[in-house]
Design a protein around this ligand. Structure first.
Ligand code: CP
Ligand code: NVA
Length: 307
């Protein structure tokens, strides 16, 4: 049984297979109504249970639509209305849900809750974002990068802003898929060292700088995310430290002329990115959002041993 708690649960080859499969399935159903199942309906009869302890738009809708397109279905447990919210243990919830659904997706704060769920579940468990990582997002991001004509080995990806959960998963991907990451953060907001080490061990070049322009210079892809992630407090000191890392046209002009801009969304236009960049020609953020569906279909198929 395969859990997908982090990208390193899969191999580089498995991730490449996920991306290929996502591209093939996306092309095969172009123009179809979004809820129509793919011709082979590979997950017919399967149900995904989704637990949300944090808000979500894209992850929630894309997993639901992914299951429909694979011929299955999904149901949602909000922590506020389920017994989890009243203190029922993760272990018991995992064992109950394993008797009732075919896979579990969990969005939560503490990553340990996801590993605990996986320890006790007898069906695949998928990380739909924790404070530590957001692996499903990065499969969609890699798909988007490739669709826009880039190749992963040797790609120069610049990250600007907060060294957060999304960046951690990018670093995992960098080690697996052999691309390079230039990280521009204010001092004190770097990603956790273990993710940098992991990327470097995998053969990725990782550079850290406190100079936004240096991070972006010559980049193929420029990525940012909110400066305040879910569960964090708005602290004025952090927001002022982040200000020089706002992705602006001026900053984008230091990247390659064909560079693309990615953001997992939701965005705070006027904070981490200017409206000009967000709405501009180089922004592929809505392709990236759509690709959550296509990427997650591949993640689901991989978890069910069908990829
Ligand atoms: N990018 C992302 O995970 O979006 P949601 O928070 O809306 O799911
Ligand atoms: N870093 C953000 C990502 C949201 C999809 C957060 O954790 O809130």
């Amino acid at each position: 049984m395969r859990h997908f708690l982090d990208l390193t649960d899969a191999s580089g080859d498995a991730i490449a297979a996920m991306i290929n499969n996502a591209q093939d399935r996306k092309a095969a159903r172009a123009g179809w109504p979004k809820g129509k199942a793919d011709a082979d309906a590979p997950l017919a009869g399967h149900v995904l249970g989704m637990i949300f302890e944090k808000n979500s738009t894209r992850t929630r809708v894309s997993f639901d639509m992914a299951m429909r397109q694979l011929g299955g279905s999904a149901l949602i447990l909000d922590s506020g209305t389920s017994q989890l919210g009243r203190g029922e243990s993760i272990a018991d919830t995992a064992r109950v849900l394993s008797r009732m659904v075919d896979a579990i997706m969990l969005r939560t704060d503490d990553h340990e809750k996801a590993t605990e769920m996986a320890r006790h579940a007898t069906v695949p468990v998928i990380n739909g974002l924790t404070d530590r990582s957001h692996p499903c997002q990065i499969v969609a991001d890699l798909l988007t990068v490739i669709e826009h004509g880039k190749t992963l080995p040797g790609l120069e990806l610049a990250w600007l802003g907060d060294g957060n959960n999304v960046l951690h998963s990018i670093l995992e991907a960098a080690g697996l898929m052999k691309f390079n990451v230039r990280i521009g953060t204010p001092k004190g907001y770097e990603p956790e060292a273990e993710f940098i080490d992991l990327a470097r061990k995998g053969g990725a070049l990782v550079t850290l700088t406190n100079d936004a322009r240096e991070a972006v210079a010559g980049a193929d892809i420029v990525v940012t995310d909110t400066w305040v992630s879910m569960g964090q407090e708005h602290v004025d000191e952090k927001l002022s430290a982040m200000a020089p890392f706002q992705v602006s046209e001026e900053l984008m002009s230091a990247a390659r002329p064909d560079a693309k801009f990615l953001h997992c969304l939701p965005a705070h236009v006027g904070e981490e990115v200017t409206e000009e960049v967000f709405e501009g020609d180089r922004s592929v953020v809505f392709d990236e959002a759509e690709n959550r569906i296509h990427a997650q279909k591949s993640v689901l198929l991989w978890c069910f041993g069908k990829l």
